[in-house]
Design a protein around this ligand. Structure first.
Ligand code: SF4
Length: 487
């Protein structure tokens, strides 16, 4: 295909598994009723938060690192077309093949075609959220190719016929007992006496995966970063499964969102300090794999890179929204978010959950397909404070709410409410009449609170109380207070 999709006006919207299946409020209400889920999430996120705070506190120049990360990303987005073409030239010069995919459908066609060309019917995958975004496993299955997830958490999700609920810890909603039950039920050859100790579960997964690795001819990965100046791709991970996927197969196919490119090696140094501390709370991730095209006689001899748009150039065209493309998927914003901690990732309905999902998903798909997500926040600002590249998520949420109201026009309750308020406030007589009408609400209150208002205001009291209006309006109070002075 041609690369004309980098022309912003024709940029396609994202498709695949980005679209929310049901509005956030309904999904969140169901999730909140699951006490086991809340307990699992609370324990896991508080542990990761504490680890992150400890290792971030060790660095005296953390603020400067965040500034550097933000500046590098802004510069990269400003010249994204140039850096992507440089990356393509370098990968090609080193024996790799670069493919350009406008959307999920094109990316899936490219990858399934490449796998079919090898004759393989199985592939191994290192955790790659972008392949979840495009629904690659389903696309492979539809042509008879089985994808084996090799990251432990992704394996748990796959064997449990489940969906990921966290960017970094996809099975964060599962506890050890649930994982043991999944392994006993789904893992061929699992020891019937398997316990739920972390070591026993990891050993069971290791034995299962070792068989898969040794027979795989095709590996599929994502990429955390790509260096334009050399054509080098980089994956960081904690388990070593990624290293196996990237080195053992004959053919390696990497699917990467176009925003992951970095100009130079010097830039990578900044992000290799920011990412592990923000994600797993480690000073350095255990495995950092880098490869540049093909090395004859060493590792995969067929190396492909699929560069995916799927709504990213549409996000880039939004001057305020484009900073969401700076995200390095560390998940620090999820772990500090009071909303995410209580409802978990599934409630967001999109592969990108939490605060960054609430802005990234609507930007990629268009606001109409994920309209409830920008409202899934208390705007407390914890996500902004935690973000290693200083993405101002609260401001983005407000920006997307405004876009939603503008695009929905009169179909939006906010637009109707604001127009009515504007009409009332434009006239002193109407304003006073409105205040008198509001005082009728005193009859509904008890103990200073109104627990249920009539429709359409019932939507407000469905989740919170309303205060009882005061007995006097300000004007009445002023008139009474100053009556004596006037006499
Ligand atoms: S928005 Fe920031 S904190 Fe959240 S995942 Fe992306 S880089 Fe990490």
């Amino acid at each position: 295909m041609t690369r004309t999709f980098l022309g912003l006006p024709t940029a396609p919207r994202g498709v695949g598994h980005l679209r929310g299946s049901e509005p956030f409020p309904a999904a969140a209400r169901r999730a909140l009723a699951n006490t086991q889920l809340r307990r699992n999430l609370g324990r896991a996120t508080s542990t990761i938060r504490a680890k992150r705070a400890s290792v971030v506190g060790e660095l005296p120049d953390w603020a400067e690192l965040r500034d550097a990360g933000q500046a590098i990303k802004a510069e990269t987005m400003a010249h994204l077309d140039r850096y992507l073409e440089q990356l393509e030239q370098q990968v090609t010069a080193h024996g790799g093949v670069v493919h350009w995919a406008r959307d999920a459908r094109e990316a899936n066609q490219i990858v399934t075609g490449l796998v079919q060309a090898t004759g393989a019917t199985e592939v191994v995958k290192v955790k790659s959220i972008v392949t979840d975004e495009i629904g690659l496993n389903d696309a492979l299955a539809s042509v008879g190719i089985q994808a084996h997830e090799t990251d432990l958490a992704e394996l748990i999700v796959q064997l449990g016929h489940d969906r990921p609920s966290h960017i970094l810890v996809p099975a964060i909603h599962r506890n050890r007992a649930e994982i043991r039950d999944i392994f006993l039920r789904e893992m061929a050859g699992a020891d019937p006496g398997l316990t739920d100790s972390p070591a026993a579960l990891a050993e069971a997964a290791r034995r299962h995966l070792r068989r898969v690795f040794l027979s795989a001819r095709v590996g599929i990965s994502g990429a955390n970063f790509a260096i334009a100046e050399t054509g080098t791709l980089c994956v960081v991970e904690s388990e070593g499964n990624g290293r196996m996927c990237l080195t053992l197969p004959d053919t390696l196919i990497t699917v990467m969102g176009i925003e992951k490119v970095l100009p130079s090696w010097a830039d990578l140094g900044v992000f290799l300090q920011l990412l592990p501390r923000s994600s797993t709370g480690e000073r350095m991730n255990p495995y950092t794999s880098m490869w540049t095209g093909v090395t004859p006689g060493d590792g995969p001899q067929q190396v492909h890179l699929v560069l995916l748009d799927n709504g990213r150039t549409a996000a880039l065209a939004d001057p305020a929204g484009r900073q969401a493309l700076h995200c390095i998927r560390c998940s620090a914003c999820l772990n500090v978010c009071p909303v995410y901690e209580r409802v978990g990732g599934h409630a967001y309905g999109s592969v990108y959950p939490g605060p960054i999902g609430a802005v990234l998903s609507p930007l990629l798909t268009g606001i109409e397909d994920n309209a409830s997500l920008p409202y899934a926040s208390s705007l407390c600002g914890a996500c902004y404070d935690a973000c290693p590249v200083k993405i101002d998520i609260p401001s983005l949420l407000v920006h997307l709410r405004a876009r939603h109201v503008e695009e929905a026009g009169w179909a939006s309750p906010e637009a109707v409410t604001m127009a009515a308020a504007s009409w009332v406030m434009a006239s002193p007589a109407r304003y006073q009449a409105g205040q008198r009408a509001g005082q009728l609400g005193r009859r509904l209150g008890r103990g200073g609170r109104i627990r249920r208002l009539p429709p359409p205001l019932s939507a407000w009291t469905a989740a919170r109380d309303a205060p009882v209006p005061p007995a006097q309006t300000f004007r009445e109070w002023w008139r009474d207070e100053h009556a004596g002075a006037a006499r």
